[in-house]
Design a protein around this ligand. Sequence first.
Ligand code: FAD
Length: 371
Amino acid sequence: MNRKKRVVILGGGYGGIKTLETLADNESIEVTLIDKNRYHYLQTESYNLVALKSSLDDIIIPLDTLVKGIDKNFCFIQDEVVKVDTHTVTCKEGEYFFDYLIIAVGVKTLLPSIFRNEHLFEVKNLSNALHLKHSFEDTIVKHLKKEKTHTNIVVVGGGSSGVEIAAEMQNYLLKLNLAQEIQISLIADAFLGELDEDSRKKALQTLQNSGIRILQKMVQKVEGNNLYLEDELIAFDFGVVAIGLEASEFIKNLGFEKEKNFLKVDEYLRVDEHIFAIGDCVFLKDKRGETLPQTAQTAEQSGVIAAKNILRTIQQKPLIKANIKIYGLAIALGGKFAIATASFVKVDGILGYLGKKAIEQFYKIPLKLKS
Ligand SMILES: Cc1cc2nc3c(=O)[nH]c(=O)nc-3n(C[C@H](O)[C@H](O)[C@H](O)COP(=O)(O)OP(=O)(O)OC[C@H]3O[C@@H](n4cnc5c(N)ncnc54)[C@H](O)[C@@H]3O)c2cc1C
């Protein structure tokens, strides 16, 4: 009798979990998920956590129960991978053999040295997101206790992450009638480049109407609690940095071909004959050769293709070419406002909000049930 093929997945994020789901209920394989953390982190909802709208339980799902809920024969190991060889991964606490490997370890926040400051936080990492949430709470309490008369919060980064966090914090301040005294400034050289001109204008107008200062400027330096722009100094209490992404040291050290430090894959998402790579850690392109943004939807689609291609390799069937698409975008703009765009539809305000919530719940509820 043929031995079952051993599939190892590195990383239980959006891509890794979709891969597991696609591989479930298959007699010919045994599957192990390895992640350095014990939880699946719903990064796409981190803005709710930071702005005190949700708790830890809303944005993490335990990986051990989730993996068993997807397929009771699958196995989860908490360990941090440091090295990949032809058929073995080396982690901090053990070595694991594989016939097929999927690398899905995501990325980290780009943090140039000027932003390495104890008062600035990022949200890709759960611990940092929690520090940020506590700083926000602490700042509000200090203000209410009159320990401060004027308070500044800075958000650096004009992409959807920065915008969503600034918008939700502002909404919270509005509810407490503190938005006049606690000023949020959103600083970037460009805003919401992922949206068309009309939607971008609408989104920025909504943010401005809510009282957020939009500053289209470059940060020159940050010293202690002082943030320097070309023509202005902002004395801030705490801040958020969401200016971009970069590959982790683990990915940078892998001996596979790269583009801008991210893994380069072939049309079947392979970096090697038996090794696939998916999600944020890959420089993904669409069928026309255009670079795809690093999003949960691209991570999930690439996970499905890689899983199918592993099964097809085992069955000696021709592999499927990746054809990853962006189906739409939904960006929260605070409270019950959001902007959602898809190929033929564009909605904003409460409809956009309902669209955004539906996408989040449609993803989260089945996983919570499985877990
Ligand atoms: C604030 C914010 C809002 C966002 N909003 C949206 C949105 O609305 N829509 C959207 O589509 N996308 C959104 N994104 C982007 C989305 O979260 C990412 O594109 C997605 O998480 C990528 O999935 P992934 O599986 O590649 O990586 P991740 O989800 O980051 O998962 C990587 C996993 O690998 C693990 N890992 C890392 N290194 C190692 C190691 N060495 N050993 C073992 N395990 C390791 C990590 O613990 C993690 O569990 C948002 C991101 C942020 C930060």
